[in-house]
Design a binder for this molecule. Structure first.
Ligand code: NAG
Length: 421
């Protein structure tokens, strides 16, 4: 009796040990295996970039007297939303720059607000384009637009959504040398409205012409493409064509519950009719809370349906890259198991068999100092993917879609290569 019970205790311990080892292996496989560098900020690089911005600004100021076309320069400084996340902040900055260019004013750019560390980082570390074309850093503002000068006006731009953009443009066409816009003007509600669709064609052109990532972000993208063997859409370089999937999990559920409660629809450019029509059935009905949850926080079944749809179209895609900022390891494991299962692939009608390679954000090799640039690098990797599956409620997904449509992939008959969850 005694030996039987000690035997079963031993067995229980062995099982427990096996479970612990299995969990550890799972953790090791799916999480970063370097020491977390997410709080590491490359201060030297930022100091250097800051100095470069100042030098370029200084050179520009000196050239003002020399170049005829810049004899009568005009400037605009916009008030930005505080505490916006990466996707929203980026779109606001790009739209401001676009407004400035459209109204022939120099764009006075401000540092990027890095919420998680409560730091302000040089904009050129992220959105190089917005600091290069007819742009000066805000540190020159006082010099260019001295306080109290009658050539400096403060304005507020208020108008209905339909009239907002034109109102802003005509306000910026005033005579004064410096205009400070004291209220944030473009927000998610505006960008999600039909009115914003009217400004899309020109913004799309702006993106194609002026949008540029920083060298820091592009460098990580190149490294990752090589290390993960991912091939850019429409290139003949080596590597595998891939499908990028943006999964927003974990605390996003709180956002989704609020969205459901408020009966909110998709965000920003996900509402462009050509993109909205890529939504995996059933269509969103924002008055129905379950429908909002279904699209905003899709089940893994739904995610698999979206992948099935695209792989049936393009069965040669055997590589999937998942973009996320935190996801349950068990979810990743379930997805990988399903995607690599030959019987399931057969049942789902994947002509060329199951997925060969699944990669995701957290397993990317990183070097210390990379961490601030990973969101940008992820967005660019998704932009370059042959197929993109995104979340209509995410500003990052919406931004990725805008970049896909605004960049060198435009010719691709893009909407077919996109599925909104
Ligand atoms: C609400 O949405 C859910 C999920 O799509 C659906 O199953 C349900 O039938 C919808 N309810 C109504 C009243 O349309």
């Amino acid at each position: 009796m005694k030996s039987v019970s000690s035997y079963s205790r031993l067995r229980a311990r062995v099982i427990l040990l096996a479970v612990v080892v299995a969990l550890y292996l799972l953790y090791y496989k799916y999480s970063n295996n370097d020491n977390d560098t997410s709080n590491y900020s490359p201060h030297l690089l930022y100091a250097d970039l800051h100095q470069k911005e100042e030098q370029t600004g200084r050179k520009f100021l000196e050239s003002l007297h020399l170049i005829d076309s810049q004899k009568d320069p005009k400037f605009v400084l916009f008030r930005q939303h505080e505490g916006a996340d990466f996707g929203n902040q980026v779109q606001e900055i790009l739209l401001h720059h676009h407004l400035a260019l459209q109204s022939s004013r120099f764009y006075i750019y401000q540092p990027f607000d890095w919420k998680s560390r409560n730091e302000h980082l040089p904009l050129s570390a992220f959105l190089l384009g917005a600091t290069e074309e007819r742009a000066v850093p805000a540190s020159f503002f006082e010099e260019l637009c001295p306080k109290g000068s009658e050539d400096v006006v403060h304005i507020k731009i208020q108008a209905s959504q339909e009239e907002l953009w034109d109102t802003a443009l005509s306000a910026l066409r005033r005579e004064e040398r410096c205009i400070v816009v004291d209220n944030p003007i473009v927000d998610t509600t505006y960008l999600s409205s039909p009115a914003a669709q009217a400004i899309w064609p020109l913004f799309q052109k702006y993106l194609a012409r002026w949008f540029r990532w920083s060298p820091q972000i592009l460098d990580i993208v190149e490294r990752r493409q090589t290390q993960l063997n991912l091939r850019r859409h429409f290139s003949n370089l080596k590597g595998e064509p891939y499908l990028a999937l943006h999964l927003h999990r974990k605390e996003f559920i709180d956002y989704c519950k609020t969205a459901a409660h408020q009966k909110a629809g998709f965000t920003n450019w996900a509402n462009l009719p050509s993109i909205l029509s890529t939504t995996l059935a059933p269509q969103l009905n924002s008055r129905n809370e379950s429908s909002v949850m279904e699209h905003c926080y899709p089940s893994l079944f739904r995610v698999m349906d979206a992948i099935d749809l695209q792989i049936r179209r393009k069965p040669y895609l055997r590589t999937i890259h998942i973009i996320h900022d935190g996801i349950a390891l068990t979810d990743l494991w379930k997805l990988e198991t399903a995607l690599k299962n030959p019987e399931r692939a057969h049942r789902a009608g994947w002509t060329y068999g199951p997925i060969k390679s699944l990669t995701h954000s957290a397993m990317l090799p990183r070097e210390s100092g990379d961490s601030d640039f990973l969101v940008g690098a992820d967005a660019e990797l998704a932009r370059r993917a042959e197929v993109f599956i995104g979340n209509g409620y995410s500003s990052l997904s919406s931004y990725i879609i805008a970049l896909r449509m605004g960049g060198d992939l435009v010719a691709a008959g893009i909407p077919e290569d996109i599925t909104l969850l």
